[in-house]
Design a binder for this molecule. Sequence first.
Ligand SMILES: [Zn+2]
Length: 176
Amino acid sequence: MMPGTCHWRNEFKQNFFGSNLMPANGSDVVLTIREVRPEDLMNTDGQKKHSLVCYWQENALPMVLNKTNCRTISKLLKENDYSKWAGHRIQVFVDHHVKAFGEVVDGLRIRDKLPEDAKIKCEECGKLISAAFGMTISQVAAYTHKKYGRTLCSECAKVVNSKDKKDGKEGATNEA
Ligand SMILES: [Zn+2]
């Protein structure tokens, strides 16, 4: 929450990320997806609503993803499976012209471009590298490049690593 902002919503208990928590200067917020999972949320009428909730690695409230935002993320990551969105970084902004129930309101949207530091591709499979092993995207890229001589995603790094181990083990057996 930005200091000095007196958005009335800040004074009510809030379970999810909203436009009132965005920077007052109107800039985007870059967040790293920790997990996306379906949840039954209670709406104001006390009815359950099946929703997709996105949790962040950063200290920010989770965000309920609507269809528009899901579509943007799946396009950006070229991945429809939301369980594979974890570790990727996205850029959130406020759209001031969202039509809801006959009113124009502020809504959170995902930019249709990735943040600069989230565009690193795996040299093996060509997919975007995600944060993994407790490292950021840039750190995974630097680490795999140093260790394997190629910039790899976590999945390909695991494959190469287990292959190296297997080869090493077999070599040792042959020597014995
Ligand atoms: Zn890969």
